[in-house]
Design a protein around this ligand. Structure first.
Ligand code: TYM
Length: 329
């Protein structure tokens, strides 16, 4: 049985990029595959940037409610909060002893910060905490502790999964085949969902469309998506982010019709209106569930507690095996 694992960090409201890039493919896999699915909230990863306890809590519930509202069935999927599983952090230390520092120097998030500092002519490590620097090791622990085979992610997480493989290899070379080497799973068409300004949709770029914003805000945000300057009745380019988003929420028939309209020419304003309609109607039922859960947070607490117990049934024996190999048990 294959193990599918993925996580989302609560650093902001979950957005269309998170849904299309990770949640949707993960939930589809959970339905299709003869596999065990493990989905979690990477709250300690969020601590590298969110230092406000109210916000931290709010975003954590938000990510949990989002997964559940979009169809995660806690009876079929193991669903927990990372900070409830201390074994992950114990493994993280062990793995850090098998991680060359140079590998962390090359990790994207750290490198981006260093480049930004260089451009500003300030100390290269300004604003870098060790949590940010060793972030990929904790992520490797998330993945390797459960012997995950498949990690569905967007493009920005591919390097992290590759680092997890490298670390697994370093450990296995020393002690034998203990860890399973994970593979990332990516859908080429949706590996990078663009945000309002055309760059990758990202909480840190402030260009997101939150999945569960109210209809009015959703409409406003969709209207802000950047388009090219073609004239209203000129043919439109189907590589447009608007068409990409439309395809994710519309039926096959609607997609065909929209394609025709793109070829024959349709004003962008009209496309945006129709995009709003399909997303909004798709989200109508999930939004009710989301709001209900956000107003009844004890239900989320119960689900996550139960999930942590199930996760530990798997990961405690796994960690014990690892400790035995090292010689500390
Ligand atoms: P995070 O919280 O930034 O994003 C969660 C998932 O959403 C994907 N994603 C996107 N996909 C397509 N287009 C976009 N614009 C877009 N923005 C985000 C991400 O690629 C990701 O799959 N480090 C991870 C969380 C994590 C994790 C793990 C993931 C911690 N441990 C173990 C997998 C396995 C992160 O920050 O994702």
């Amino acid at each position: 049985n294959k193990i599918v694992l993925t996580g989302i960090k609560p650093t902001g409201r979950p957005h269309l990029g998170n849904y299309i890039g990770a949640i949707k493919p993960a939930l589809n896999l959970a339905k299709e595959l003869e596999s065990l699915s493990i989905f979690f909230i990477a709250d300690y990863h969020a601590l590298t940037s969110i230092k406000n306890p109210e916000l931290f809590k709010e975003y954590t519930y938000d990510v949990a409610a989002t997964w559940l509202a979009m169809g995660l069935d806690p009876n079929k999927v193991i669903f927990y909060k990372q900070s409830d599983i201390p074994q992950i952090f114990e493994l993280s230390w062990i793995l850090s002893c098998f991680t060359p520092k140079g590998l962390m120097n090359r990790a994207h998030a750290y490198k981006a910060k260093v480049d930004e500092n260089k451009a500003k002519n300030i100390d290269i490590d300004m604003g870098v905490n060790m949590g940010l620097f060793t972030y990929p090791i904790l992520m490797a622990a998330d993945i390797l502790l459960f012997n995950s085979n498949i990690v569905p992610v967007g493009k920005d997480q591919v390097q992290h999964v590759e680092i997890a493989r490298d670390i697994a290899n370093a450990f296995n070379n020393c002690y034998g085949e203990i860890f399973t080497e994970p593979s990332y799973l990516i859908r080429q068409e949706t590996a990078v969902i663009p945000g309002l300004d055309g760059r990758k949709m990202s909480k840190s770029y402030n260009n997101t469309i939150p999945l569960f914003c109210e209809p009015k805000e959703l409409k406003n945000l969709i209207n802000k998506i950047k388009t090219d300057s073609s004239l209203p009745n000129e043919p439109k380019n189907i590589d447009s982010p608007l068409f990409l988003l439309y395809k994710e929420f519309a039926t096959d028939e609607q997609i065909e019709e929209m394609k025709e309209k793109f070829i024959n020419g349709i004003p962008w304003g009209e496309v945006k209106k129709e995009l709003f309609e399909v997303i909004n109607s798709f989200l109508e039922t999930p939004r009710k569930k989301y709001n209900y859960l956000m107003n009844n947070r004890h239900l989320i607490d119960e689900i996550l507690e139960e999930g942590a117990k199930k996760a530990q049934e798997i990961c405690i024996p796994n960690l014990n095996k690892i400790k035995e190999k090292i010689g500390c048990q």
